[in-house]
Design a protein around this ligand. Sequence first.
Ligand code: TXA
Ligand code: MG
Length: 330
Amino acid sequence: MSGRAARVYRGTPRNLSLLAERLRAGELVAIPTETVYGLAADAFNARACRKIFTVKGRPASDPLIIHLASASELGRVARPNAAALRLAKKFWPGPLTLVLPKLAAVPGVVSAGRPSVAVRVPAHPLFRRLLRLTGTPLAAPSANPFGYVSPTTAEHVRQSLGKKIGHILDGGPARVGLESTIVDLRNPLRPRWLRPGGISRKDLELALGRALIVPRSRIKPGAAQIAPGQLARHYSPHTPVTLHPRLTAKMAAAGRKDEAWLFLQPPQARSGRNIFSLDPHGDLRGAARRLFSVLRQIDEVGFRRIHASLVPGTGLADAINDRLRRAAAR
Ligand code: TXA
Ligand code: MG
């Protein structure tokens, strides 16, 4: 851990080789991905991976995701099956994480002692170049203090972890803006949908040729937890959140001025410093991309409460509503 402030690097060839060198030496580097920024360490170096938990204040029971330069490296960390290879071929590089049986080469700290490991091939060009230069799989959770909303810009990382880490690679704002979809494929006949994200349930079911099982803890927050990322309360802003099936401009107009109102699309005939929206046209891709930065922005201003509207639809809407529900869970 560095006592000095983090340095933010642009993705020049020289900086990338320097950062690859740091990673090989067992240091942490915050990296851009297409979903959110991650905090990376050499996945085969247990000591380096332990630093991730310290820096994030993350319980040792919450496993990390391993990132690979390409699907051909899957056999270095996990035991794939035919269903995994099919999804990998269709969706990698991209926002899909697969849970598979772990190989012994992966230290227990990465998988929080489990016999399974979560793996994905990210799509961000700078991160992929860095993975290739480093030559080793990189374990990385989101680069935020445990429980807080994930960072979607290098500046978000600097603001919350800048005093605890030495290196941040700036790859611009994250294109997807929400964490990857997680599918448990340990048993390919019973694929389980652990977290909604950038790849939709429908597309996964089409590719697998079977329905995804939705674990009970996803349906009923508070039920026994099966995967740590499924903690009901997670991805939470500091400001308490109240969810509404639908928000109207009237509700906001009648509401308190010290409470924030978060719409999918800007409400007609209503603006003000306590009115926020996710996308000018109500586009779900734009909304997913902005959700976490808008929540941070509302935290910065400092309101008593956030009233947020669930968004209609499936696909990305599932992922946005999942994050809103977790933000609102007490
Ligand atoms: O898009 C993403 O997934 C981002 C970027 C950086 O890749 N990563 C991310 O990691 O969001 P994060 O903070 O969600 O942490 C990894 C999560 C854990 O909380 C857990 O839910 C899941 O991955 N996970 C890891 N290993 C697992 C395992 N063996 N079984 C079930 N879930 C696992
Ligand atoms: Mg996280």
